[in-house]
Design a protein around this ligand. Sequence first.
Ligand code: NAP
Length: 279
Amino acid sequence: MSQSPFGLAGVMGWPVAHSRSPKIHNHWLQQHGLNGSYVLLPVAPGNLKVALPGLAALGFRGCNVTIPHKVDALSLVHELDPVARRMGALNTIVVQPDGSLKGFNNDGFGYIQSLLDAKPDWRADAGPITVLGAGGAARAVVLSLAERGAREIRLINRSFDKAQALANEFGGPIKALPWSERHAALADVALLVNTTNQGMHGNPDLDLQLDALTVSALVSDVIYVPLETPLLAAARKRGNATVNGLGMLLNQARPAFHAWFGVMPEVTPELRQMVEATL
Ligand code: NAP
């Protein structure tokens, strides 16, 4: 199937109007002088199985897939990258030269890159890691940390059964601990990650006491609205280095843009400021 010289991509979700992805990808298209556009694709849950097979016929190079389609889309692509398969969700689809669809998940790449952007000498094996939450974001964070060589990941979720199920599924360095142990589980960690929605705009603050955390630990939150969550503010005030969730969002977009448009774009201060202004 021949590729149109006009590069078309988009984000498929429901609702999708709030997505920052058009800002990010259209900025890069313009920056690299590429002829194309990245659009919103509002697709209601029942329509995914009709919408996805239409991508190639509509001339799309591919699309991002967001809530609520990340899991359902797995069974609708022809091929799956091994990382997306292990994560059990995809966030990017690439239309292949023969018109077939291949699914990827770049959330873990985005997360690791966000830590490296903030701390270039960061290492996953620097010490124990505590991760709070066991939802979709946690799957990407925990799997990518394990693949980067983390030796001990304490996975702590309000509903213990979900943390236990994730630890059983991924195995390796991941150990589930009960929610009641979250404060004590900060002792001796090199990295603390919040992947729950607590601290996100409109939600209560994360209920976590930082007393046991050493000042050398890096504290990261995958939330990006607000940019500085109450957890990150408390960590910064006591002297810990912090990383917010915007870097994960921006960096996960890079491999997708590369696959669709052939250029690996960069997360520049200008892009950051532009997206921050929309938060
Ligand atoms: P999700 O699958 O719905 O998971 C939500 C998590 O929050 C679960 O672990 C849940 O625990 C926990 N939680 C909910 N209410 C809680 C409470 N009152 N106390 C303690 N824990 C609670 O959501 P998700 O997709 O993982 O997203 C989580 C956050 O990550 C959101 O704020 C989202 O915006 C952010 N995110 C950011 C990026 C990025 O690129 N930066 C990407 C994806 C997601 P239970 O299992 O007990 O319900």
